[in-house]
Design a protein. Structure first.
Lengths: 156, 156
């Protein structure tokens, strides 16, 4: 089973693709889709194209994203929500289910503790995937954590 | 000049297409794209397909949407923001600019008063477009108001 995890953002969207074979997890690919500082609709276009390419090439069987919460900066959250909408669109167009996990759900699945700190999560992501180094940058590590949470959950 | 106005929503997205010839405005088409109560990604897919069809068929030269503000119901606003992201994507994929107007900007353009009430706006939308009846439903009327605001503004 191959799954896609996404850490939504308009300027930077982390993605991580994880394969599960029995209890063994491996990272297929991870990284960050970045968009230049142009108008939001043009950024959404770039995001759509890149995510469509990634989904088409790596052929995950399911996807999940981090659930958004409202923060202090309303403009930023609105932009992230638009980017999340485009990500969910791409996933649905590929015929995949797309779950949303809250940050505590991701932490619980990866570390066994819903209140774990970022460093613990990154440590366990590296360990569970058998990576030689902690995954970088943070957006990609967060996306891999989401993918692991999805891979380890029973199917819906 | 033909322009598209959108009143964003996930369950109901109003659209209105207005033609301007000199100072004369006419409604080319208006209505509401509705999505059934399925999962959000599937709704975004339907929205994408319908909006792409509308833009392809009516060939507007520019587009605008209402700008979103945070309301009490966070889940609803998040869904509307996702839908707005998909709408902006469709518009950008068609090579069109996509402005965002605040509700007072729309009212100012249509009624000449940024604090005008909904009924005044609907009255002026009907009048400016020479419609026999007030446009219905409200989402479509709001979208037409956005289109009028765009049509009456000097090009960027």
């Amino acid at each position: 089973m191959v799954v896609l995890g996404l850490d939504p953002g308009l300027e930077r969207m982390g993605y991580g693709v994880v394969r599960r074979e029995g209890s063994r997890l491996t990272a297929v690919e991870y990284g960050v889709v970045t968009t230049p500082r142009v108008e939001t609709p043009a950024r959404l276009c770039l995001l759509y194209d890149r995510l469509t390419e990634i989904v088409g090439r790596l052929q995950p069987g399911a996807a999940a994203t981090e659930r958004l919460f409202f923060a202090k900066n309303q403009t930023t959250v609105m932009d992230v929500a638009k980017a999340l909408g485009v990500a969910q669109l791409v996933v649905a167009q590929a015929g995949l289910s797309c779950r949303e996990f809250s940050p505590p759900e991701v932490k619980l699945a990866v570390v066994g503790n819903g209140a774990a700190d970022k460093r613990q999560v990154q440590f366990m992501v590296q360990r569970l995937l058998g990576l030689a180094e902690p995954p970088r940058p943070d957006d990609a590590a967060d996306a891999l954590a989401v993918a692991i949470a999805l891979a380890l959950r029973p199917p819906v």
